[in-house]
Design a protein around this ligand. Sequence first.
Ligand code: TMP
Length: 207
Amino acid sequence: MRGYFITFEGPDGSGKTTISTLVQKKLQELGYDAIYTREPGGIDIAEQIRDVILDPKNTAMDAKTEALLYAASRRQHLVEKVIPAINKGQIVICDRFIDSSLAYQGYARHLGIDNVYTINQFAIEGHFPDTTIFLDLKYDEGLKRIESRAFKDRLDLETNTFHKDVSEGYQHVLKKYRHRMHVVDASQNVDKVVEDSMKIVLETISK
Ligand code: TMP
């Protein structure tokens, strides 16, 4: 039996990691074989690529280099972890996937959503998520949460304009993929965000 591929998306500070790990735990408590993983990262090679991308000292990184590194990390994570898990029948809860590249590199870095889609198509070969949950939070709320982080990575340290553009970019992505994207209000308390997300996940896996 084939498993499911469910991704969480949202701007920095939207609480994706907290919510997606809680959703994975809840699924396990309900008896489902669910795993949590993340991008960029999730396996050794991809975590090494993550370190290069997010190192605050790599200020010289070109936008296309950045987009290619995210795509490379995505490819390795997909073939080494996501696809084998789905083939084993597991539910894969993944913290970010292609939509992040479309919003961040395609829109906010001005590479073009279609161009970034094209390089990612080479990397993912049509393996789109069954469902994507978009944690919706006003960009300035997200910024407040980033401000309180003890360690800020290279993207956290980007300008306010960049983070605002990421939010706008996600609105374009939401329109492009209406059929698989579900919006959850991330300004609610954690329990309510988890509850809303769980409803969407349970609906997906009952199909
Ligand atoms: P994280 O903080 O959610 O772990 O993600 C690391 C950063 O990388 C975050 O600022 C979003 C960014 N990112 C991209 O710009 N493009 C991508 O394709 C992915 C997966 C993440």
